[in-house]
Design a protein around this ligand. Sequence first.
Ligand SMILES: Cc1cc2nc3c(=O)[nH]c(=O)nc-3n(C[C@H](O)[C@H](O)[C@H](O)COP(=O)(O)O)c2cc1C
Length: 405
Amino acid sequence: MSSNLKGKNIVLGITGSIAAYKAAEIVRLLKERGAFVYPVMTKCATFFVHPTTFQTLSQQKVGIDLFEKDDISLKHISLSELADIILIAPATANIIGKIASGIADDLITTTVMAARSPVVIAPAMNERMYHNSIVKENISRLKSLGYKFIGPEVGRLASGAKGEGRMVSPRLIVDSLEKIFTSRKDLEGKSFIVTAGPTREPLDYVRFISNRSSGKMGFAIAEEARDRGAKIILISGPTLISPPEGVEFYSVETAKDMMEKVKEWFEKVDGLIMASAVSDFRPVEVKKGKIKKADKDKIVVKMVKNPDILEEMGKVKGEKILVGFCAETEDIVRYAKEKLIRKNLDFIVANNISFPGAGFGTDTNQVVILDRQGRIESLPIMSKREVASKIWDRVKELLNRKKTS
Ligand SMILES: Cc1cc2nc3c(=O)[nH]c(=O)nc-3n(C[C@H](O)[C@H](O)[C@H](O)COP(=O)(O)O)c2cc1C
């Protein structure tokens, strides 16, 4: 049987749990499936299993010290660069807490902090430790940031008692990694425009009116589609975060600039997903130079409505897929339904920006998806990348439907 793990570089972090002996079996199974395994141990882990076991099974030197005698190198960077996946199994309450708090004081935590690959964590601990509210909070935080967890399960623990906290079996861990590598290229051959970020509407040469959009949601949508094989034209207003690699990126400033760029590409793509927060209004007049405060107690800025990009594209949409976002603070479903119809969208993603962990600037979102068939799907709070994945699943569904009709 051919394995998705063949030729993959797996950095395996082993920490100070009695379950460390099970990591030897993980190395064996990964090697059996053709992966390269790079073991890294915490100092505590070496009290449980000797590094020689992992060195022999993996045929790689085991990383333990950041500052190893005779070998001071940037091991944490090189390991994070070569890793296709970082697996921490077993993961102690301690390592989970350190990662969740941004601590990087050993070879595993520094490698995780520099990671570009997915990080998968298989916790192992006593039931009372696992149910400790700080541990629970750390796990939820890491999940919301996109870290993947496998287990733990209920079973016989090291103390002899039965409870929740046992690391899941090495085979299940390796099978889960196998699934992560089953990369879906289900958007191959398709191209989409994604818009992100805020727009800026100038008042004079130095000032502008804008909003709190960070661009994170739109960038996550672009990244997800890129990884699933789509060609992405990402058009973004000014943001503080770097645009993803592997997409065609255009930086724009005003709603009108964004509109022009969208129009330029619209004919050539299969659809448009607008996750940008476009200013509804712009100042009628952009004052030359800088508005002076001397001899004025107040100023009145007259604003005019900006073009509604989605609504305009909705009029010429044809067979293309059109997806919008709306940010509301109340009566979300009612407002979202109205926009879905008025703008001729296939579906709309509504978020309640007054909800903690949803909307502007956060790494998570909590959305409701409404479509033209009347389906209303309320999703739990999840990372923006996970929301992006749900959105593309819907787009894929629509593409399939169009193919068969
Ligand atoms: C015999 C023994 C077994 C332990 N088992 C666990 C465990 O399964 N899970 C856990 O979170 N901590 C366990 N601990 C506590 C950790 O070893 C301790 O928190 C340590 O600081 C973890 O360091 P590390 O995360 O750098 O490996 C155990 C300690 C001892 C002495």
